[in-house]
Write a protein that binds this ligand. Structure first.
Ligand SMILES: Nc1ncnc2c1ncn2[C@@H]1O[C@H](COP(=O)(O)OP(=O)(O)OP(=O)(O)O)[C@@H](O)[C@H]1O
Length: 261
């Protein structure tokens, strides 16, 4: 059965104080008179892969920016492991255990793939978090299929490879939850299929939660265990991918003809 979220409703088990992972509770962000995000409640437990979809302008990136501390909410809160992390800073969120990638890739382009990941590892050591289950740089590179190009300069790589380096760098921080903003953008069918396996391996090996935004519906339906659909700043539908895929509102209003293919 499809769960339809009333704006102010919180998933029944989402008690912020008791949760392990991220709980977003009634989050709102206004830019002047525009509600980019309006009373959004969702959660991503540690060990869970959650997808976020919606048409252009739905509020997905704003929500990511609120969760990762890049933006300060107008209302509501974000909890990580029961502690409020919203309205702090990107550095505080990273320190608490939220890592992310960006729609616009932000790598050290003149450094090699390995050096990019090593820089993140140095940061993690400084944070003194996750040491007990931290995989080596070599393991991270292998997990993302980057071991064969570890010595290549990041800036010389095709777009799809650069996206994987970004993910490797994010997981090298040993996050509790990693946010992936359009990780399959620019990838061909074969690459995005391989990425599904990598994301699942990351979750298994690191034991972290993963929140994924992507416009590639095939990719996001396959990789996610649970989906939230946003439109005009609000979560309008949530459920497992099979339920969301067949929801009339999602097909006709939010996914349009893409869903009929
Ligand atoms: N800094 C800003 N100032 C004013 N309005 C903004 C700002 N950032 C986002 N918005 C508005 O908020 C709404 C949500 O934008 P957002 O980029 O979060 O959507 P999105 O779902 O990520 O879209 P896309 O899929 O195209 O990236 C849009 O109407 C957008 O114009």
């Amino acid at each position: 059965m499809l769960a339809v979220s009333a704006p102010a409703e919180r998933p029944p088990e989402a008690e912020p104080s008791a949760a392990s992972g991220i709980v977003v509770d009634g989050l709102t962000k206004q830019f002047g008179g525009i509600y980019a995000v309006r009373d959004v409640s969702l959660e991503c437990r540690v060990g869970q892969i959650v997808g976020l979809i919606g048409p252009n302008g739905a509020g997905k990136t704003t929500l990511m920016n609120l969760i990762s501390g890049t933006l300060t909410p107008t209302g509501g809160a974000v909890y990580l492991d029961g502690k409020v992390v919203s309205a702090t800073s990107p550095a505080a969120c990273a320190e608490a255990g939220i890592a992310r990638t960006f729609q616009n890739i932000r790598l050290f382009k003149r450094l090699t793939v390995r050096q990019n990941v090593e820089v993140a590892r140095i940061t993690r050591r400084r944070l003194a978090r996750g040491a007990e289950k931290a995989p080596s740089v070599d393991e991270i590179l292998k997990l993302l299929g980057l071991d064969g190009i570890a010595e290549a300069k990041a800036g010389t790589l095709p777009y799809g490879h650069q996206r994987r380096v970004e993910i490797a760098r994010a997981v090298a921080l040993s996050p509790r939850v990693v946010l992936l903003d359009e990780p399959a953008a620019g990838m061909n069918e074969q690459e995005s299929r391989a990425l599904i396996g990598s994301v699942q391996l990351i979750r298994d090996r690191f034991g972290c939660g993963v929140i994924v935004i992507d416009h590639d519906l095939k990719f996001i339906m396959e990789v996610s265990e649970y989906l939230y659909v946003m439109h005009l700043g609000e979560v309008i539908v949530s459920g497992i991918p099979d339920e969301v895929r067949h929801d009339e509102r999602v097909i006709e209003i939010y996914l349009g003809r893409k869903a009929r293919k």
